[in-house]
Design a binder for this molecule. Sequence first.
Ligand code: UDP
Length: 237
Amino acid sequence: MEAVLLYEGKAKRVFETDKPDEVIISFKDDATAFNGVKKDSFADKGKVNLAFTKHFFNLLQQAGIKTHIISFIDKTSLRAKKVQIVPLEVVVRNYAAGSLCKRLGFEKGMELKPVLCEFYLKDDSLNDPILCREHIKYLNIATEQEVAYIEQQALSINKVISSFMDSKGITLVDYKLEFGRTSDEEIILADEISPDTCRFWLKGTMESLDKDVYREDKGDLVSSYKRLAEILGLEIN
Ligand code: UDP
């Protein structure tokens, strides 16, 4: 029997399972940028991004951070707890890049100390606008305590991943996280962590090994992701 598709996003599909509290998430080969304006498909992208997500989520679980992942099924799919995604894109920035430079004129590469944590509304029809805490409260997205918890988790995640990347000669510039609410109202890390959702630079340079390669037409996306995987020692095939 065909699994029932619950949701299809830009880079993933979510399927029902025989357990009401569990889903199967399958990673697609599609890439999009600029809110879906630029769209392409790249062979192997799904399995490469799943390999990064597997590695990073395993590191986080070892560090005691709760995530939605239950198990990995094959090269492109995983089993996860079914959550209601909190409609926030939580962006953590160690160095200035991307929209921070375009929108606010920050100098690219400027170190951000203390680390900057921002919230954007996850709503393509509004172009994911930036939110302040009061907006989050008015929109009934999360309570003040939940927002504080999400920020604290996002910063703990930063410590784990940036120190791992640094040990491999890579700078974690910024990244986006999504959190979900379980049926018992617990907030846990969801979605993925991959070069699609993070900026990675070769240490001491601004050479990108992430989706900026695609956004800015700087080379072949999957080759850059595979190069990063090799630097990190990840098994892809
Ligand atoms: N990001 C993401 N999905 C989005 C928007 C941003 O994964 O819909 C990631 C992006 O890859 C980068 C970080 O969040 O690592 C910060 O992105 P930024 O706000 O600079 O926006 P962008 O330059 O992607 O427009």
